[in-house]
Design a protein around this ligand. Structure first.
Ligand SMILES: Cc1cc2nc3c(=O)[nH]c(=O)nc-3n(C[C@H](O)[C@H](O)[C@H](O)COP(=O)(O)OP(=O)(O)OC[C@H]3O[C@@H](n4cnc5c(N)ncnc54)[C@H](O)[C@@H]3O)c2cc1C
Length: 525
């Protein structure tokens, strides 16, 4: 897993060389490296940390790749045209139509290309699109990697970044059957090792790009603190994630946020590729944007993404509901942002009753299954009455009590007159309640709980501007020759929205694939 000598002696002034250098080993980087190698290019992938997989390894690896053959095997009648209608309806004009087209039109080809390798297998899995817009599939259109036995990975398992709960919380998560991001990166590591044309080098960080006559011809990396000059004859694909791990860059480009509330691997994605791209003259866009999510505060230093609230309500610092609690997570994140914009300070609170033994009743509330440590630490609160709870969290007791009473009347009638919770197929996908509206579960039984909700993220999504082939562009729209970007290093095709499950990794994979193909084509020419 370290740099082997290059296939040929490096040119003078370089320590090693390759056709394609890929920076980062998440969904974008692995796809770029695999594509380049499968197309016959001598490929080198460098990864800053000792583990491969990045945030992608933590993820569910839903992939929004419309019209692909894995969907077809399940009988889903999707098409690039239908998906494009949906993308246009949700993203609108905020990103170029041609970029959106490039994403959608290469999706099916990507899956067909990957599935030529038996290691890389995908299947459809229901998970509704996030907006009620033309072209939507109510049950969703995403595919996921097929699960894989951990033992098939052999020694590669040691360099695969573990799941979020294991890596970030130190939880004892059995590693027997890998699914989601673990399966995706695990399968890629196997496929990459089996091609003879890829070298994988962990603990090797991009430091800066090397340019000659305006063209990116390689990089200077740091390995064990020592500089390493890598020549890339065909191109460099930056797929090094966003800048969610950098408080400094967050302060520069976003409202102040605590980088520890991101869900990305700690210390990994600190915007190195963004900085390197800027120094090479690249343009940027969407730097204020992230893949937002509400996160339950675990202690003073971390918070965990929550998704699919099955019961309870979210209230703001005034003790009032402010949104449909069953909204997709990025939309709920934006509702939290709107609270701030309206002058209502965060955190908000997830208020739920005593039916879940104190555990937040979400489909995913990334990981706590035991509430006691958080209650003991005083970050989460509980009280026998709503008034007592209100006092503990500092919201007006009469407001909180009135909010819950009003919500309970909605639950009885089955209609949320304020925020229409339970009316959208996405809401109902996670619902397990009974009664006329399974998303509206009355809060009746004490003790009542309050868990602070902060604005977390799955990574930032603003970055380097590109053309439709993922070639990095300058602020004037000129191509920076030899330089490509994908994933959260690239200004996202999805603009100001998160259209559906799997857009982050799906688009990362597509643009890395497109980049590698472009390099291969230019090499051939
Ligand atoms: C719990 C969770 C669930 C999610 N579920 C989904 C889902 O189902 N579907 C979906 O589409 N998205 C999902 N996401 C979001 C998604 O995981 C990320 O947006 C996506 O993985 C980003 O991919 P990437 O390739 O851009 O970056 P990453 O996967 O983060 O990879 C970037 C890599 O670059 C490396 N790197 C950074 N700097 C350097 C450097 N200087 N030199 C070399 N390497 C460097 C990092 O160490 C990292 O390994 C989820 C996120 C979380 C946290």
């Amino acid at each position: 897993m370290s740099i082997a000598a290059g296939s040929t002696s490096p040119a003078e002034g370089w320590d090693t060389e390759c056709d394609v250098l890929v920076v980062g080993s998440g969904g974008g980087g692995c796809t770029g490296a695999y594509t380049a190698a499968a197309l016959g290019l001598d490929t080198l992938l460098i990864e800053k940390t000792p583990l491969f997989g990045g945030t992608t390894a933590y993820s569910g690896a839903s992939l929004w790749l419309p019209g692909n053959q894995a969907q077809q095997r399940s009988g889903l009648d999707d098409s690039a045209q239908r998906a494009l209608t949906y993308l246009r309806a949700t993203v609108g004009e905020r990103t170029r139509a041609s970029l959106q087209e490039s994403y959608v039109h290469h999706s099916a080809g990507l899956i067909a290309f990957l599935e030529e390798n038996p290691r890389l297998r995908f299947r459809y899995e229901a998970f509704p699109d996030y907006y009620d817009a033309p072209g939507r599939f109510d049950r969703g259109r995403s595919v996921v990697p097929e699960e894989i036995d951990a033992e098939e990975l052999g020694d590669l398992l040691e360099v695969l970044r573990p799941s979020w709960a294991a890596d970030r919380l130190g939880a004892d998560v059995p590693r027997t059957r890998l699914w989601g991001g673990q399966a995706l990166i695990g399968r890629f590591l196997l496929a990459l090792r089996e091609t003879s044309r890829v070298r994988l080098s962990h603990s090797t960080a991009l430091d800066r790009l090397v340019l000659e006559n305006g063209r990116v011809v390689g990089v200077q990396a740091l390995r064990d603190g020592r500089p390493l000059r890598i020549r890339a004859r065909g191109g460099v694909i930056l797929a090094a994630g966003g800048f969610e791990g950098s408080d400094a860059l967050r302060r520069t480009y976003q409202a102040p946020r605590d980088s520890r509330w991101t869900m990305g691997p700690m210390g990994a994605n600190t915007g190195d590729a963004l900085r390197a791209g800027l120094a090479a003259g690249a343009g940027t866009d969407l730097l204020g944007e992230s893949w937002w999510c509400p996160s339950v505060k675990l202690d003073d230093s971390t918070a965990a993404f929550t998704l699919g609230a099955r019961s309870g309500i979210f209230v703001n610092a005034r003790g009032r509901r402010f949104a449909n609690e069953s909204l997709p997570y990025d939309r709920m994140g934006r509702a939290l942002l709107a609270q701030e914009a309206d002058g209502v300070p965060l955190p908000c609170y997830w208020i739920y009753d005593g039916t879940t033994d104190g555990v937040p009743p979400g489909f995913v509330s990334a990981n706590p299954t035991d509430a006691q440590p958080y209650l003991d630490s005083g970050v989460w609160k509980k009280a026998d009455t709503l008034a007592g709870l209100a006092e503990k969290i500092g919201v007006p007791a009469d407001e909180l009590t009135a909010t819950v009473e009003r919500f309970n009347t909605f639950a009885e009638a089955g209609v949320d007159e304020d925020f229409h919770r339970g009316e959208d197929p996405y809401d109902r996908f996670f619902a397990t309640g009974e009664g006329p509206n399974p998303n509206l579960v009355p809060l009746e039984k004490g003790p009542f709980h309050a868990v602070p909700l902060v604005l977390g993220d799955l990574g930032t999504k603003g970055g380097l501007t590109t053309d439709d082939q993922a070639r990095v562009t300058t602020p004037d729209g000129e191509v920076v020759p030899g330089l490509y970007a994908a994933g959260n290093t690239m200004a996202s095709v999805s603009g100001l929205v998160y259209p559906g499950p799997g857009v982050p990794i799906g688009s990362a994979m597509v643009f890395a694939y497109v980049a590698a193909k472009d390099i291969a084509q230019r090499q051939e020419d």
